[in-house]
Design a protein around this ligand. Sequence first.
Ligand code: GDP
Length: 434
Amino acid sequence: LPVVAIVGQPNVGKSTLFNRIINERLAIVEDKPGVTRDRNYAQAEWMGHKFDLIDTGGITWENSRIEDEIRAQAEIAIEEADVIVILTSVTNHLTDLDERIAQMLYQTKKPIILAVNKADNPEQRMDIYDFYSLGLGTPIPISSVHGTGIGDLLDCIVSELPKDLDQQNDDQIRFSVIGRPNVGKSSIVNKLVGEKRVIVNNEEGTTRDAVDTPFIDEEGTKFRIVDTAGIRRRGKVYEKTEKYSVMRAMSAIEHSDVVCLVLDASTGIREQDKHVAGYAHEAGCGIIIVVNKWDLPKKTSNSGKEFEQVIREEFQYLDYAPILFVSAKTGQNLDQIAKLVKLVHQNQTQRIQSSILNDLLLDASKLAPAPMIKGKRLRLYYMTQVATAPPTFVVFVNDPELMHFSYQRFLINQLRNNFNLSGTPVKIIARKRK
Ligand code: GDP
């Protein structure tokens, strides 16, 4: 999806505007857990156009000066966004900081929209003419608190959005390499891309395009590594903040069919690994756990098993994700990554016939009859697959309330035992038979 970033000095109302846009009655907020939880980043929709919205001001870094903060905001917007909204406030009048932000933004060719907030009444709306001097075109007066002018602003944003190219690339498997800083993401991507023939780089078009790297494997399967610029770019101040790297990971996750969660064998599992993993799991995409720097630890014949056990304990909800031990340094197992991505993609997009599912349902209910709940027993009538990526099954029952979590888990395990579902989450929804 195209990305829209809001930048502006502190207290002009960036987060109020952000919330206003994502809560706008016609703007549908993606209801995925993990995506809406972080309030700096959300999916929004206006008149049928979807985009990702970033509040760059919400990415806080402790103890930094205002100048550093706005510089970082502007850098993020310039690098990430397809459309930049610079927010000012009519009650502040035009400030030095507004001018400095505008100056930083002049270097980008991306469309910039100037919005003047806190224009709550007609007199204030007359006061916006100062802002013409920023040289960023016609200022749009808005009131984030009252909601006036927001529709005009959204119309303007939407008119500047690039065409979404995701649909044109439907035959590609989109995957991303995610993880906390220094686990070796960029080393892995560089090796992967270096070894394969890179067919196109920096295609013209959207930003998202320019930061993705397509390649083809020996069998002619097309891949697209999402967001490679983001992980290959080095040394920006803002990259060190956890919030930023989590936001980055969420954006990559959202645009991927499969994600490779990279862990560092030399440091073990950290809290931040779990945050990133949690988002990937909740988003429903395919997941591969890649343990990098496998050249570093002193190993016995059991080391792989032991590390695997730790991973299984720490990431219990990812029990379906295959684990791969690699070294970006020596190249060990790197050729397995694309193969596994392909396999997981096959698994997540397969369709299972209803007749086969119903045989399985019958066997399952013989193997373990549903327990009684409040004197009533769950009856399973019929199961059918309603979606792929992740594979989603509806099971028709006498009373959905009787579908206990543990029985649902049992059914998912039966599916996993009988079909190739490695690397993909599986969902079961109970519906009342009509
Ligand atoms: P990123 O922040 O996740 O993109 O991590 P980088 O790719 O920049 O790697 C961080 C550091 O780890 C660099 O100094 C790399 O040279 C080093 N590194 C990456 N992969 C390996 C590996 O497999 N083995 C060893 N020994 N070092 C690695």
